[in-house]
Each structure stands twice: as C-alpha cells, then as structure tokens.
Write a protein that binds this ligand. Structure first.
Ligand SMILES: [Zn+2]
Length: 444
C-alpha cells in the first residue's frame, strides 16, 4: 500500500457514522480509513483540515450542461467548475438541450469529445428515449450511458419530443430487456392541457398551470407500467408531495422505483416568489410551504432516495418576466449543498442525512460503486465543509456561465473549503485547479 496522502479531520462522515479519522489515499483510491492519531506513512503528505467536516464528494445525477449546441446557456468548462466549487465530484449530464441530444451512440461520442478536455469533475451521460429511437437504446446502453431519460409531456425543446403511454411501454420493454434504467419527467400532458393557462408575471397563475394532479397521474401511470413490465424506473424532480403515499406503496410492493427531489423544492416556497421572478421558474414548479414540509417527511422516511440539482440554466434574455414563456430551469449547481444543509439543520437533520441524500443515494441510483462513500476501495473524492460558517449568495461568486440564480441574496450555512477528486485538490476556497475529471461509463 503506497500511501501518498493522508487527509485528517476531527469529523469524517463514513458509512458507520461521523468520527475523527485519517483517510489514507493511494493512487487516487481510499486505501484505508485509519484512526485519527494514525502515524503518517513515510513519503505521504498530511493534509489536516481541523474541525471541518469531510464528506464523500457529492454526486449530482441531474445536470443540463447543454454542450455542444447551446453553450451560450452553459458548458462543460463552466458547469464542472461550478460543481467543483460546490463540493460535487461527479455529475451526470442530461441528454437534452445540447445539440445534438444524447440519443444515438454517434451523438454520445460527439458529447464525450467536447467534455473530455473541459471536465473539472468526473462526468457521465444519460441517454435519451424518444418516440423514434428505440433501436438506439441498446447500443447506447452498451456504449456506457447510465440510463435513459424520457418526457411524458413536452420537454421545451423540439428536438426532444415526449413519449405517449404506448411509446413509453415500447421503450420501457426494450430497456428492461437489458435491465436498464428509465428516468422520467413525470407530468401528465392531459392534466397540463386542462389546467388554466394564464400568461403573465403572477407566480400563482404559473403554479395553477402545472397542478399537482399532473405529477400524481403521471407517476401512477408510470408505476403501473413499471409493475407490468418489471422495469426499473426513476422519478425525476418530484415536487408534488401528494404522490408520496402512492410511491411508498409501490416500493413496499416491490415495484422497482426510485425518486429524487431538488434543492429548490426543499428550500424555496411558492409563497416567497415575487411576481415576475422567473429565475424561480421550473417544471414541475416550486409549490407551497405545506407541500415542502411533506417532501422533507418523504426524505426522512426514505420514500425520496436522493437530492440532485436539476441545474438547467439559460441566457438572461430567455428569463423574461412572463412565467408562461420564460425558460424553465433553476441554476443551483454550486449551491445545492449549502442550500440543503441550511434547511436540513433547521429541521433537525444532520450531515449524515445530507450525505445519504446527496452522495450515497445518487451514486447508488447510477450504479457508481466507486463513488458516494468514504471507505476503502472507493475513489478519494471529498467535499470539505465548514458547516457552521455562513455566506450570502452573490451571483458574482458563481462559476456557472449565466450568473442567474434563485438563491441570490440568501444567507446559507456551510462553506465548501476544498474539494478533492481522486486524491487531488480541485477546489481550494473558491480557487479551481486545471481540469482533471474523467469521463465515466456505467460499470455494470
Ligand atoms: Zn432537468
């Protein structure tokens, strides 16, 4: 065991709990989690972070990088710098909003080539399931995508059409044939079409246009399809807490379903969104405080498996003050950890819960067996956090391309003091190293 680095802290979050420890790193891999006082092996460098907490690097499985094709919205250079600054060491890129979308192997190769030299953190790719690309799903799976995203209602970009129930069944059957995973934007188009559509700047009108029933119905239909086909499905960005009992029942029954929610649903409320403030627009929408309370209950009881950003930026000109026509998407890649930690601590949770939701859970979802925990044999990926330190969000400090965020002006707990990828420090108090991220492929 040729240890080259020992990272020491009074508070290391391991699968067995939080304890003082010295993490021995060899060749980018965690060689051992040793007692705090362990002697530093000859030739190894000691990095003592004092009382700052060492977390496993966060895994964000829901990021829209939009590169190539809509790089004025975001790109691999800026998105992965934002990730590194925010304690995220692995991100998975969504298949849409880039041109081309990740819907064929050829398109995947184009995206990988673009990402390769720009990745400051490890990057993997989801594929996309469209009405006309069933034949491409298995080749994409064999090429290493982590699963397939589909929409059940219009996606917002014309090159990525949604699946109706029949086509969903066809794609799900194909994907379950190779034990793949389908990840689903679950809003029912018929409920959306039936909802009142009033354009303008009033948030209440926008909220009424994306009702909870649209989510609830889409999720019920998805559960029925997953049960019938014995398929693995994942609900993206759950906002409607009304769906939690149905999801919990499906899980208890053995349906292969997992669920994520996002920092904005868990830390921001409809009541506080000013009219015209379309930096808060996303689909499904941010709902009422009482809905948020129920989502936290869903996290506490395990119905919700993970928290990921759904970072989906655009240029400022697309964030018009009209909620109906503004681009839908919230930029939070760099802020997810402090945003969630701030709310979690207020609600009586601790950082081991945050690690379960933001590191372990997403790593398990994606089958990333080398990520998501601080234990021997995993990659030496760490986020070092000063949990009681506070900062006020200044968009000028953000690394993503268009510095628009729903969190501007908020005071948050938890400052990421450094981020480590395979034993190398990639962010140090906001200063970022040169890119050293790798492109990941599904490893089973
Ligand atoms: Zn998304």
């Amino acid at each position: 065991m040729d240890v080259n680095l020992v990272l020491r802290s009074t508070r290391v979050i391991t699968p067995e709990g939080t304890r003082p420890a010295s993490i021995a790193v060899s060749g980018g891999t965690i060689a051992a989690v040793l007692p705090y006082e362990a002697e530093v092996p000859a030739g190894a460098r000691l990095e003592d972070v004092g009382d700052d907490v060492v977390l496993p690097g966060l895994v964000d499985t829901h990021v829209h990088v939009n590169d190539p094709g809509r790089t004025e919205w975001e790109g691999f250079w800026t998105a992965t710098r934002a990730a590194a600054a925010g304690g995220i060491t692995t991100l998975l890129d969504m298949p849409l909003n880039s041109l081309p979308p990740t819907t064929t192997v050829e398109n995947l190769r184009v995206k990988q080539e673009v990402a390769r030299a720009k990745a400051h953190v490890d990057v993997g790719f989801w594929g996309g399931a469209l009405p006309d690309n069933v034949k491409d799903l298995r080749p994409l799976h064999d090429a290493g995508v982590f699963g397939f995203k589909c929409f059940l209602s219009p996606s917002g970009v014309e090159e990525f059409p949604e699946l109706d129930q029949e086509r969903l069944a066809t794609s799900l059957a194909e994907i379950s044939g190779f034990d793949g995973l389908m990840i689903v934007h679950a809003e029912d188009p018929h409920h959306l079409a039936a909802a009142p559509q009033r354009p303008g700047g009033a948030y209440a009108d926008f909220l009424a246009s994306r009702p909870r029933d649209a989510e609830n119905t889409a999720i019920e239909n998805l559960i029925n399809q997953a049960r019938r086909l014995d398929a693995r499905v994942h609900v993206l960005h759950l906002s409607s807490s009304d769906a939690l009992p149905v999801i919990a029942a499906a899980k208890a029954e053995g349906v292969k379903i997992t669920v994520e929610s996002c920092p904005h649903f868990l830390t921001l409320t409809a009541e506080e969104i000013p009219d015209g403030a379309t930096e808060f627009k996303c689909c499904p929408p941010i709902r009422e405080a009482v809905n948020q309370d129920a989502l936290w209950q869903g996290l506490a009881d395990g119905t919700i498996d993970c928290i990921v950003s759904d970072h989906s930026p655009s240029t400022a000109d697309l964030k018009t003050p009209d909620f109906a026509s503004a681009w839908g998407g919230i930029s939070s890649l760099q802020l997810g950890l402090p945003a969630i930690w701030t709310e979690a601590r207020r609600r009586g949770f601790d950082l081991t819960d945050v690690v379960r939701w933001m590191s372990e859970g997403p790593a398990r979802l994606a089958g990333l067996t080398r990520k998501g925990a601080i234990e021997a044999g995993r990659d030496a990926d760490f986020a070092v956090l000063a949990p009681e330190a506070t900062f006020t969000v200044d968009p000028a400090d953000l690394q993503h391309r268009n510095r628009i965020t729903a969190y501007a002006g908020k005071t948050l707990h938890g400052v990421v003091t450094s981020t480590w990828l395979r034993g190398e420090r990639i962010a140090d108090n906001g200063t970022l190293a040169e890119p050293s991220g790798r492109l990941l492929e599904r490893n089973n």
